[in-house]
Ligand binder design. Sequence first.
Ligand code: CA
Length: 227
Amino acid sequence: MRILLAEDDAIIADGLIRALRKAGYAVDHVDNGQDADTALLPQMYDLLILDLGLPKLSGIDVLRRLRARKCTVPVLILTAQDGLEDRVRGLDAGADDYLTKPFALPELEARVRALTRRGTGQATRIEVGALCYDQTERIVKVNGQLIDLSAREMGVLEVLLLRIGRLVGKEQLVDHLCGWGEEVSTNAIEVYVHRLRKKLESAGVRISTVRGLGYCLEKSGDADAAA
Ligand code: CA
């Protein structure tokens, strides 16, 4: 899951970036509306967190341009406490939800989970073999037992599960895992996959390596096409 954060207040941005990364999201940050508009052109984000009071181009304008391009990425707007009018304009312009500053981080994280779930259009729970992944809680269980995964391992597994049975390129995984300025090599991805295989040994799923291309997660015993 990759999030673009458009926020010009350095302190708020810092706190958000730290909290979201800790929760396993890849976060890119821009501090003005123009950069946000540019960053949103390739449509690679799962969520936009958008402060409405941005320099160069207002949050509302960023949002209107985004929706005018028919981009459906979920948008969570951040508004001032007395900004009722802003909230209404934001929702009218196509925002999915809003948070009023100041907000508590757990509340932000809950909204983010809800919006990224809506964005994928998938069930909140994915079951494959004995593995159960709860997207809302971001927990993985095998035969009912909680599996301890690092944020990065969880990130890799999530991408593979959401594309079950399909090939996921290593570069695609890198893109989903890290924001700008963060380094995750394709070698590191191999390590995360290796650890996931060990931790999910009894789960009845298999992560196949497609040489030179990437990975594919399947239920064990399914067709060996990707082996
Ligand atoms: Ca601002």
